[in-house]
Ligand binder design. Structure first.
Ligand code: NAD
Length: 482
């Protein structure tokens, strides 16, 4: 019942065995799906040794041969898309359509990694001084640690490890302990695609396994995605042992609506952003700021849209929103809602009492809407990570941007408008990394960088895009005279 780690091409039981493991349950039905081991330092040591042992031959493998394996994996994932989406919905709770969308985004990252040959190319310049030429090239660095969160259990691992291995590195992945099962299937398919032993290793667990990776002297770099407090600790601890680190953290995303916006299209984008995946996305809209006369029409449309969502088990037809991940997380979201009421926000749609009678054990939380949310309230300030919209007012675009800047996070921000001039002024001032204009979920595709700023990101090179190539390689420079 306890799932194995994957080390040196072999599925192996954690040395902790069944003594130390956690249940993985279906958040819609409460059904036990498996157990995940809480691996020890010794387990991590074995995985790092496997990555180190595999590195020299993998580095020597021509890039075209490395990406051929990823091309095959891409085809296998596409062929198994329905099975994988079903598995993901069972362990995460998002609707099957959302799971299929997540898988598609993960496959896009593999496509990006398949372009590694051209992405790795260096530069050459003749005669930088009489008779002297200079050139750069990129080399992989060794074993990378990748640590991922529960909310995208397949896509986020695929943001990192295919690029890392296509560049010639090896990887030890520590997936989320809350929904690790679907990615196990991805690893099986990677093996079927021909990935050699030791190139990708998977160690399950929690803080203990993560810290073993962060401290390990033979791990060269860390890619982390999770909540901001932990991202900051991971950044500091991994940097303390000299590693390169990219640590993506949490978010509090604002969506500003101007009076000249197309309100119907905007409301559709806002509803999808706030309530998609039951609000458990780092790009989820959290506060909607209505500027001037935009407030009232937006309020009406958001309330209508929220009320029209169908909560339920994501494998069942017609369901548009699933449960949250766990009972503990449900309690946390409910506590935020209670704090909003205490701090003076007006609760106009309360998702707390909503249940799905056919699935009494599910962690249900209905769409929720607050009005009069201010940046000082916990619901206006902190990441809730649940299906809760806060509505705020501002007198102008500048006031709205000032309001957003009072928040410590800097992941994504959106403006809805039909004015090019307003959009231009907004992107100039936004001061936040991922900027949307008439876009509700500001998700760049894999060939662009992904990551925030301020308390949403620790490091400098973002995930994906060209940054990932820089992160997973070192640029060497050769100066030659013959
Ligand atoms: P989390 O921080 O609880 O866990 C993330 C990873 O860290 C997991 O693998 C977990 O096992 C590990 N971990 C947990 N506690 C640890 C500790 N004390 N020390 C070291 N490692 C530890 O995050 P989560 O709840 O799984 O995911 C949700 C969070 O991730 C949200 O805050 C969300 O905004 C964020 N997120 C950010 C992005 C982004 O691109 N910025 C993307 C997805 C999710």
């Amino acid at each position: 019942m306890t799932i194995p780690n994957f080390v040196a091409g072999v599925w192996v039981a954690s040395k902790e065995g069944d003594r130390d493991s956690l249940p993985v349950t279906n958040p819609a039905t409460g059904q036990l799906l498996g157990r995940v081991p809480l691996s020890s330092r010794e387990d991590v040591e074995g995985a790092v040794r496997a990555g180190l042992a595999a590195f020299p031959a993998w580095r020597d493998c021509p890039v075209g041969d490395r990406v051929d394996i990823l091309f095959r994996l891409k085809a296998l994932l596409e062929g198994h898309a329905d099975e994988l989406a079903g598995l993901m919905t069972q362990e995460h709770g998002k609707t099957k359509e959302e799971s299929a969308g997540e898988l598609r985004r993960g496959i896009e990252s593999i496509s990006h990694a398949c372009a590694m040959a051209t992405l790795l190319m260096g530069e050459t310049l003749e005669s930088i001084a009489p008779g002297i030429d200079c050139e750069t090239f990129r080399q992989p660095l060794g074993v990378f640690g990748v640590i991922t969160p529960y909310n995208f259990p397949v896509m986020i691992p695929l943001w990192f490890w295919p690029l890392a291995v296509a560049a010639g590195n090896t990887v030890v992945l520590k997936p989320s302990e809350r929904d690790p099962l679907t990615h196990q299937r991805v690893v099986e398919l990677a093996v079927a695609a021909g990935l050699p032993p030791g190139v990708l290793n998977v160690v399950h667990g929690d803080q203990q396994a993560v810290e073993a990776l962060l401290d390990h002297p033979d791990v060269t770099g860390i890619s982390f995605v999770g909540s901001s407090g932990i991202a900051r600790q991971v950044y500091a601890r991994a940097a303390a042992s000299g590693k390169r680190v990219q640590a993506l953290g949490g978010a509090k995303n604002h969506m500003i609506v101007l009076p000249d916006a197309d309100f119907d299209a905007t409301a559709k984008a806002v509803i999808a952003s706030v309530y998609g995946s039951a609000g458990q996305r780092c790009l989820a809209g959290s506060v909607v700021v209505g500027v001037g006369e935009a407030y009232q029409p937006m309020r009406e449309r958001i309330l209508d849209g929220a009320a029209s969502l169908k909560l339920g088990y994501g494998l069942e037809p017609g369901v548009t929103m699933g449960p949250v991940i766990s009972a503990a997380h449900r309690t946390r979201v409910a506590e935020y809602v209670a704090s909003g009421e205490r701090e003076g926000a007006r609760l106009v749609l309360d998702g707390r009492p909503v249940r799905v009678p056919e699935h009494p054990a599910g962690h249900w939380f209905g769409p929720t809407v607050f009005e009069d949310v201010t940046p000082d309230m916990a619901v206006g300030r902190e990441e809730i990570f649940g299906p809760v919209a806060g509505l705020s007012r501002a007198a102008s675009l500048d006031d709205a941007v000032d309001l957003v800047h009072r928040n410590r996070y800097g992941n994504a921000i959106s403006l809805f408008t039909s004015s090019g001039a307003a959009a231009r002024a907004f992107r100039y001032r936004a001061g936040i990394s991922m900027i949307g204009v008439n876009i509700g979920v500001v998700a760049p595709m894999a060939f662009f960088p992904f990551g925030g700023s301020r308390a949403s990101f620790f490091g400098d090179l973002k995930a994906q895009g060209k940054d990932a190539i820089r992160f997973f390689t070192d640029q060497r420079v050769v100066v030659s005279r013959w």
